[in-house]
Design a protein around this ligand. Structure first.
Ligand code: MN
Ligand code: MN
Length: 306
């Protein structure tokens, strides 16, 4: 990796670190989720970055992909596990990081968060070039199991490339023996987001539990409707073809037209929604995430205080 590229990854990481710190401090009982998301995203711009995706605020049994809608009135409950998941890009070089904030918590909630953090630490200690992803997953699972909780089985870490948040290789938090030899090897300079999720649920698999508020662009597709075509190219430019929030459309259309605009773009298959993910049994979920650059003997964590 050239020095210039690494510098940008590190800059994105540093901004992400500062922005998540700021955002998490604003998470208090009864504060508005919309306010937390908007001030956090504004902070990213102030620090010289751009959001790589809308700030995800996933509360309690929600695991991922919830971001407030336009005019959202949802507030932080008085007992809550709040996952703040935030992405920053500098010139397309992305940092992805998440923390869990506990409001009015108890020892069980603390343990869930500690387990996710321990899983993340174990991965960071294991990662180096040439090692199989499977070995990393095994260490994550072992660390989490040590707390008597379970990893979410169908949410994974992921490689990152320029302007590409999910670049192909997944890093699960479980390691079935049968998958060992098929598991890819890490290479020097790979950029990976590691993000274990934890729960007490006996069936730790997430599914779609809410309507999409985050959307992604389809590749090589433009709307046939000429009115939409202009808007669509503006959106692509403004959001750098990365995932965007429904509420961000208020930059282009009146608020009351956001939903119909999204429906039209979905109808033309130019965008797709990311449904809110969570546990149907309503068990709480915790998460911890950092982005790392793989080196010969280890890794550089970009999303810590440098
Ligand atoms: Mn993330
Ligand atoms: Mn991620």
């Amino acid at each position: 990796m050239s020095e210039a590229v690494q510098e940008r990854f590190l800059k994105a990481g540093q901004i992400a670190y500062q922005a998540i710190d700021y955002t998490c401090q604003r998470v208090k009982a009864h504060t508005s989720l919309l306010d937390i998301a908007e001030t956090g995203e504004r902070k990213i711009f102030e620090l010289g970055g751009k959001p790589a995706f809308p700030i995800n605020i996933s509360v309690n049994h929600h695991a991922a992909h919830y971001t407030p809608s336009y005019g959202d009135s949802a507030k932080v409950p008085k007992k809550a596990l709040v996952k703040i998941d935030l992405g920053v890009h500098v010139d397309g070089y992305i940092a992805d990081t998440a923390r869990t904030v506990i409001i009015g918590g108890d020892a069980e909630m603390e343990r869930l968060r500690e387990a996710a953090e321990a899983g993340l630490r174990a991965a960071i200690e294991t990662i180096r070039s040439r090692i199989r992803v499977w070995e990393v997953s095994k260490e994550i699972h072992k660390a989490i199991s040590g707390f008597g909780v379970r990893p979410i089985e169908n949410l994974t870490g992921h490689t990152i490339e320029r302007f590409n948040l999910h670049a192909g290789i997944s890093v699960p938090a479980i390691a079935p023996t049968s998958e060992r030899v098929l598991s890819p090897r890490l290479k020097e300079d790979m950029v990976i987001a590691i993000e274990p999720f934890t729960t007490y649920s006996p069936t730790p698999r997430i599914s779609n539990i809410g309507e999409a508020q985050i959307f992604g662009f389809a590749q090589h597709k433009n709307p046939k409707d000429p009115n939409l075509r202009h808007l669509y190219s503006q959106m692509k430019l403004s959001f750098a073809q990365l995932p965007f929030a429904a509420r961000w459309l208020s930059e282009f259309v009146p608020p009351e037209e956001i939903n119909s605009t999204l429906s039209s773009l979905m109808g033309e298959r130019c965008i797709h929604g990311y449904a809110v993910l969570g546990l149907h049994d309503r068990h709480f979920v915790a998460q911890a995430e950092h982005t790392v650059i793989v080196t010969k003997d280890g890794c550089i964590v970009t999303t810590v205080n440098q």
